[in-house]
Design a protein around this ligand. Structure first.
Ligand SMILES: Cc1ncc(COP(=O)(O)O)c(C=O)c1O
Length: 306
């Protein structure tokens, strides 16, 4: 029995009261889209900050629209509901939020018309995701789905079988995480994070037309690199061996945050330890998640009334 509440169809209800049928199309065919959001706990000020809520819910609404799972709740409703949920569950540690929009219709057939659209958000404590501060990664033999097959930019639940297969293969091979290539053999992203490389003074990341999820952390990293570090950032197609030759490689993502990659396919990257650029971006990133940086204060929504 869970004492937790979830946001379900615009209301806060007990988690155990929400049931999903074995007949649901969300369960049978993975017909849904989702988000992953963090809320950061500030121990000193006993405050919880939901991070980049608006951006996540704008992406969720766009994903739902793309796959014909439109729903009536606005971005403002979802932001407000999230703050209420975090309060209701008395979340007093860094917390992950998982909003899901899914087709709960129960007739046979993988259809998206006349969908019974449901919206649910649950909370989960989450500190570090990677379990390691420096990662060794391998390029997976599984290819990233393309925009015209199962659009990765929609963060569709079904697409994560692709991620799970890649992670399974690379973990079994002894790596911490997978890197996908596209069908055109361009570097794409990790199983749940975007990738950056630093070489000859430039920060490079795969372009949005290379089947990546357009990461919210990716966008922030680009902004921090340009505006705070004065770096040139290039979004373009990247070849596999560019990763081997890079001075630095690192991941970005809500769960993964900013995490250095020190080995790719058993080749040491740069010095084999976290590089200076990754370190600076990480410091800038963690220096704003608790609302400490006035320029980025709007990214952090305080949960508790003070
Ligand atoms: C496949 C994939 N790529 C990239 C990301 C990073 O995106 P964001 O920074 O918005 O969390 C995620 C996580 O949501 C993901 O699942």
């Amino acid at each position: 029995m869970s004492e937790n509440y979830v946001f379900y169809q615009g209301e806060l209800v007990k988690e155990d009261d929400v049931k999903i049928s074995v007949r649901s199309k969300a369960f049978n065919y993975g017909l849904g889209v989702f988000e992953g959001i963090r809320a950061y706990w500030d121990d000193k000020n006993e405050q919880l900050y939901a991070f980049k809520l608006k951006d996540h819910y704008e992406r969720l609404k766009q994903s739902a629209k793309t796959v014909n799972l439109d729903f009536d709740l606005s971005v403002e409703d979802l932001c407000k509901g999230t703050v209420e949920l975090l309060k209701k569950n008395n979340c007093r540690q860094t917390t992950y939020l998982r909003p899901i929009v899914y087709n709960d219709s129960q007739d046979i057939g993988p259809t998206l018309d006349n969908a019974d659209v449901k919206v649910v958000i649950y909370t989960q404590p989450l500190n570090k995701y990677a379990g390691k501060s420096e990662l060794s990664v391998g390029v997976t033999s599984w290819r990233r789905l393309s925009d015209n097959q199962l659009p990765p930019r929609t963060k569709a639940t079904a697409a994560y079988l692709n991620s799970a297969l890649a992670a399974l293969e690379t973990k079994r091979a002894g790596f911490d995480e997978a890197i996908f290539l596209t069908d055109a053999n361009h570097v794409c992203e990790g199983s749940g994070e975007n990738i950056f490389l630093f070489k000859k003074g430039k920060l490079v990341t795969p372009s949005t037309s290379d089947n990546i999820l357009e990461g919210i952390t990716r966008e922030l990293v680009i902004k921090l690199a340009q505006e705070e570090l004065g770096l040139e950032v290039v979004e373009r197609s990247v070849s596999r061996t560019e990763l081997y030759a890079a001075d630095e490689v690192f991941f970005s993502g809500t769960a993964m945050e900013v995490t250095p990659v020190v080995e790719v396919d058993h080749r040491t990257v740069g010095t084999g330890h976290e590089g200076e650029v990754c370190k600076k971006i990480k410091e800038l990133f963690f220096g704003l998640t608790l609302g400490q940086n006035p320029k980025y204060v709007e990214d952090c929504t305080p949960v508790y009334d003070k």
